[in-house]
Write a protein that binds this ligand. Structure first.
Ligand code: MTE
Ligand code: MO
Length: 258
């Protein structure tokens, strides 16, 4: 339930949400401006009521939820993110996290096990030698960070949909949640988890991931913004509840598709 918020005197919720709607990416904006979705209908579509607190924060949240709602319905399992030649790869790749590169978590590969939980048949944990034996796929794609930079990288690993099949995941579940070594976390929707380019990544540039770039596992999702690409993954849960994520919980758009 949204917390009750004090209305800001002189702030008109409808005006605010109308202005926020103009900032939406194209498909959502078009639907919004054409009046296909009225301000009133937003509440029922997104499960978030504008009327319960016409603050700027609340209006933006409703708009963001509306955008997630549209994007999730437009998202196609067969629409691929662009790929590039290996010669376009940025070396060294650009590092990003909510701390300095020197403070990236140090994971011990010898004792590491990927923990599996939730709605899966086989909850066995996976060691790195076991993961390195699985069939490898490769992609050269662009990572786009919400902070305003992007870089092309070359990532190798296991197709996440294959891995989900292998562990007997219930793919009717709504979400897959990832926990990272330093406390970062991410929840992705099942269609994104099953997208053919979504990868349980073990290597960069055909070499085992280095410490700062996600060792031993990162989830590479070229159809999503960088922050929906968790590094240093230690656990994966298949579940029906949205466990949120590090940035999502601070108000970043949940779907964050490209
Ligand atoms: N565990 C963890 N994963 C993370 C982050 C983080 O801080 N911790 N930052 C995210 C963000 S905002 C981006 S843009 C990418 C950056 O990946 P890179 O360091 O390979 O460029 O990692 C994402 N995954
Ligand atoms: Mo990012």
């Amino acid at each position: 339930m949204p917390r009750p918020r004090k209305p800001i005197p002189g702030v008109d919720a409808k005006q605010l949400i109308g202005d926020a709607g103009k900032l939406l990416p194209v498909p959502s904006r078009r639907l919004f401006l054409r009046g296909v979705v009225s301000v009133g209908a937003l509440a029922s579509l997104t499960g978030c009521d504008i009327v319960d607190g016409p603050t700027a924060e609340n209006s933006l949240r409703v708009i963001s939820n509306f955008n997630d709602w549209v994007q999730a319905r437009l998202f196609s399992r067969t629409t691929l993110a662009p790929t590039f030649p290996e010669s376009d790869v940025m070396r060294p790749f650009r590092f990003n996290a909510y701390y300095d590169e020197d403070d990236a978590p140090e994971v011990d590969g010898d004792t590491y096990k990927l923990e599996i939980g939730g709605l899966v048949d086989n909850k066995k944990s996976w060691t790195l030698p076991e993961l390195y034996k699985l069939p490898e796929v490769s992609q050269v794609t662009r990572l786009v960070c919400v902070e305003g930079w992007s870089a092309i990288g070359s990532w190798q690993g296991v197709r996440l949909s294959d891995f989900l099949k292998l562990i007997g995941a219930d793919t009717r579940a709504k979400y897959v949640w990832f926990q990272c070594a330093e406390g970062y976390s991410n929840t992705i929707d099942m269609p994104t988890a099953l997208h053919p380019q979504t990868q349980l990544t073990l290597k960069f540039d055909h070499k085992i991931l280095t410490k700062a770039y996600g060792f031993p596992i990162r989830i590479r999702i070229p159809t999503k913004l960088g922050f929906k690409n968790p590094k240093y993954v230690t656990a994966m849960w298949v579940q029906n509840n949205d466990a949120g994520g590090y940035w999502e919980n601070q108000g970043y758009n949940w779907f964050s598709g490209l």
